[in-house]
Write a protein that binds this ligand. Structure first.
Ligand SMILES: [Fe+2]
Length: 187
């Protein structure tokens, strides 16, 4: 369970890299810590063997925002490329690439083909990561999914790729939240 995840070397490594890469971005580091804590809380919804992968990906999901990792300007892709190039497990790279419905935003920005080089699997782990991110605010605080979607619209602005992708992405986010809720009820 939760303790298994925190005992894995993968999670401390992910935490250390995130705090190092985001050392100059305290707000995103706090958000990442909040998402990791939320992922740990949701970890009973995924197979035990996947819990360390889930929590590690939660720590790492936004490292692509770091200036030193910026290649395409699309943080899920930049983060995943960095992790792949530094030998992280493929599943972690794929989860970072596709967290929170990144593929819908990539289509808007013309990066869909590049992002598709990372595999997307819709399963309990990708659902839990996405829901952890979408129920954690920019400072690491807990938010409802609706609150988070509102917050993103206000922060990014109507013309941003994030908001332009909402008609395609939001139904996926809501469906993932419903699936995680069902899995929690079965615990
Ligand atoms: Fe995030």
């Amino acid at each position: 369970m939760a303790d298994d995840a925190t005992r894995s070397p993968l999670v401390p490594r992910a935490r250390a890299l995130t705090l190092q890469v985001l050392a100059c971005d305290r707000v995103r580091a706090d958000h990442s810590a909040g998402v990791a804590a939320r992922a740990l809380a949701l970890s009973p919804t995924v197979p035990a063997a996947d819990r360390d992968t889930l929590v590690a990906a939660a720590w790492l999901h936004d490292i692509g925002y770091a200036a030193e990792l910026n290649e395409t300007g699309f943080h899920p892709l930049d983060g995943a490329r960095y992790l792949r190039d530094h030998g992280w497990p493929a599943r972690v790279c794929d989860l970072v690439a596709h967290h929170s419905g990144a593929r819908f935003v990539a289509e808007v920005t013309g990066l869909g083909e590049q992002l598709s080089r990372f595999g997307f699997v819709e399963d309990a782990v990708s659902d839990a990561l996405t829901v952890a991110d979408q129920t954690t605010g920019p400072h690491g605080e807990a938010l409802s999914l609706d609150g988070r979607l509102r917050e993103k619209r206000d922060r990014h602005g109507a013309d941003s790729p994030t908001v332009r992708a909402c008609p395609q992405r939001d139904p996926y986010l809501r469906a993932a939240a419903d699936r995680v809720e069902q899995r929690l009820r079965l615990q």
